[in-house]
Write a new protein. Structure first.
Length: 690
């Protein structure tokens, strides 16, 4: 029977959906299958619950494992008519149908928005007991002093005990940022001496996005860049002269101004295109007057969205001030900020110990990727990204920073990076940005490069010029310990990324060549493909080197290596130069790593299918159960990984470079933001272990 974790708020606006998201992220990596259930939803349609949608999307849960039970209206009618037991019965029915498919089900209780909080608190407690769930109690500390919050924890805990629920944990959410540490110190552990967790208010969640404001006001988008996910940090009513407006302008301000104030409009557009001025997140033009025709062409080029509303400025401003950010939108930047703070505030190991969850038996792509992020977060390495003028890099950097995956350094022209981040609404605060041409390290880097390459006749002048190339500058940061790893290649070739590393980072002792692997994430397991990106026609000695390195990489990422040396024939059935090279390479691997399970030459079908493997290569410890596949050449490997990726729906993570003394990785020029985030996480893990 699946375990159930019931998240129960003690007051309204507790932000318990953050707790749902954080728990789901933890449990998804420690259980085979999770489910999510909201017994009562605020929406009129069960299929449109935003929290259910957010969790289902984030963790790829099918509809059968992420559901709402009944609407708020239905539950009220049942309570009023004295049929509360019907709520329990229907909820239990849905919960059990979800639990049949899961190892653990997260249940998010009601929002306590009814008129009688006591009745609703009691309803949640009874639901938790009927569903057989452990309870995580959530206390809202917003607006409370430390002492008031401590008292609120004690009162809530006592109330849960009175209801005889199985209280797993108390979590305080939305605490004052400056007082969170003091609250954590003073919070009393209760009867079972269980730690109380304190999560501070997260500005990125509380602050609304431009899209949330526009939706609430039913404002119409008329011009500008449709960047609706931009965070609104300030609201500015602009009914003053331009000079006073500029004095009050702040970064990511949402400006509210009458539609006929063309001076404010033009000034906002000009300042957003000037790096030394704050960026505007959006503008709302108020009142019934139309925008002047002469201004419309300029508005079309605005680097932020421009909206109109027929309501007056005063009414619109009050409505905007009342809009609060909502995690349930599933906006990636809010989710990233929420998970980042969750892992700063929660002791995952301690919380899991209370749950006593069984170990998962399968490895899905999503769980593997979530596991990568968590390992990188624990490593807390410093990774340099040399391609600061690529929009994908900046978007990924913001997500990485918000989630607390690692420390970042971005290389680029400060003005261009600022313009791009303003244009796309990225928040890069807290991320170091270095312009190599203006860096205090430039001369030292050049001197070091000239010293390292003196045997090649490199002069100090040539070294200075070379260090202006960002891939070289970034690699030198890694070489000298100013960064732990580097990720490049979104806008450059693989050679551009690898060449500097080969020149002065060099390969590890005993490694003859730099090679690569792809982690192929199938539906229920992870396979390792090498080398599909670097070496075109490796000889027998190089194939052996690739095999040993690939096995080591497999272990590094939790895959027990069983190495298949691939060829077009299996065992002794074929002959020819290519097969002979693979046969020789297999023997070299056995000499280099006697304890490694390896076999070859072997065909792919015999390597993955147990019955075929038993037929073609009986008695092999690899046939039918291979996890690491070494391809005979780049042509075969590159085409195979892409065929499996496209035809089998596998997620290909990589290429991951191996064999270097330091962690450097290459991106595909067609990479997505998610690819960049994953590669940075992989690099951080490699950096910690190198």
């Amino acid at each position: 029977m699946a375990r159930g974790i019931y998240i129960s708020a003690t007051t309204s606006s507790s932000g318990k959906s953050l707790i749902s998201l954080g728990l789901a992220d933890v449990l998804h990596r420690h259980a085979d299958k999770i489910g999510f259930f909201r017994p009562i939803t605020e929406t009129a349609n069960l299929d449109e619950d935003p929290i259910v949608r957010m969790v289902a999307s984030a963790f790829e849960l099918p509809a059968t494992r992420a559901r709402a039970g009944m609407t708020r209206t239905e539950s009220r009618e049942l309570i009023v008519s004295g049929q509360t037991d019907e709520i329990y019965s229907r909820s239990l029915e849905v919960f059990e149908s979800i639990a049949e498919e899961c190892d653990v089900v997260i249940v998010e209780g009601t929002d306590l928005t009814g008129h009688d909080f006591a009745v609703e608190f009691d309803l949640n407690a009874r639901l938790a007991n009927h569903l057989g769930c452990h309870v995580v109690g959530v206390v809202n500390a917003h607006g409370l002093t430390v002492d008031e919050a401590v008292d609120a924890i004690d009162v809530a805990r006592s109330s849960f005990y009175d209801e005889k629920v199985s209280l797993l944990s108390m979590i305080v959410n939305r605490a004052n940022v400056s007082e969170a540490a003091a609250l954590q110190e003073k919070a009393r552990p209760g009867l079972h001496n269980r730690k109380v967790y304190v999560i501070p208010e997260i500005e990125e969640i509380v602050n609304p996005t431009v899209g949330e404001i526009a939706s609430t006001l039913d404002a119409q988008l008329i011009a500008g860049a449709p960047l609706l996910d931009r965070e609104v940090k300030h609201v500015l009513v602009a009914a003053m002269n331009v000079g006073y407006f500029l004095e009050r302008l702040r970064d990511e301000a949402f400006i509210i101004t009458p539609a006929d104030r063309s001076d404010i409009l033009t000034t906002a557009i000009a300042t957003s295109r000037t790096p030394s001025f704050p960026a505007t997140s959006g503008i709302l033009l108020t009142g019934p007057r139309p925008v002047e025709d002469s201004v419309l062409p300029l508005l079309a080029e605005a680097p932020f969205p421009v909206f109109t509303s027929v309501e007056d400025t005063y009414t619109s401003a009050h409505k905007v001030w009342d809009v609060r950010g909502d995690l349930s939108s599933g906006q990636p930047r809010k989710v990233a900020a929420a998970l980042g703070q969750w892992y700063k505030s929660i002791d995952e190991a301690e919380l899991l110990e209370r749950m006593h969850l069984p170990a998962p038996t399968t490895m899905t792509p999503l769980r593997f990727l979530h596991g990568l992020i968590e390992r990188a977060r624990k490593a807390q390495q410093r990774i340099v990204l040399p391609e600061g003028e690529d929009v994908r890099i900046l978007e990924a950097a913001e997500i990485i920073h918000r989630r607390g995956i690692c420390e970042l350094v971005i290389l680029g022209d400060l003005k261009q990076v600022r313009e791009l981040s303003n244009q796309h609404g990225f928040d890069l605060s807290g991320i170091e940005i270095i312009d190599p041409s203006k860096s205090e390290h430039l001369e030292n880097f050049a001197q070091e490069y000239a010293r390292l390459r003196a045997h090649k006749g490199v002069s100090i002048e040539q070294a200075r010029e070379r260090m202006l190339e960002r891939s070289y500058f970034g690699t030198m940061m890694v070489h000298l310990g100013l960064a732990n790893g580097m990720v490049s290649g979104a806008a450059h070739t693989t050679a551009n990324t690898i060449r500097p590393s080969l020149e002065f980072i060099k390969t590890r002792p005993g490694v003859k060549i730099v090679s690569s692997v792809f982690l192929m994430l199938l539906e229920d397991r992870v396979l390792v493909y090498g080398d599909c990106a670097v070496n075109p026609e490796p000889n027998a000695e190089q194939l052996a080197d690739i095999a040993v390195a690939s096995a080591a990489t497999a272990r590094q990422f939790g895959v027990e290596p069983r190495v298949a040396m691939l060829s077009y024939s299996t065992g002794a059935s074929g002959s020819g130069g290519a097969v002979d090279d693979v046969r020789a390479a297999t023997e070299l691997v056995r000499d280099l790593a006697p304890d490694l399970a390896v076999d070859g030459p072997i065909q792919y079908d015999a390597a993955v299918d147990a019955s075929i493997g038993a037929s073609k290569l009986p008695g092999s410890s690899v046939a039918g159960q291979a996890t690491v596949f070494v391809f005979p050449d780049l042509n075969t490997g590159n085409n195979t990984y892409k065929a499996v990726q496209q035809s089998a729906g596998a997620v290909a993570v990589g290429p991951i470079l191996q064999g270097l003394n330091k962690a450097v990785n290459d991106l595909s020029r067609g990479c997505t933001v998610e690819d960049i985030v994953n590669t940075v996480a992989i690099t951080a893990i490699q950096a910690q272990e190198s």
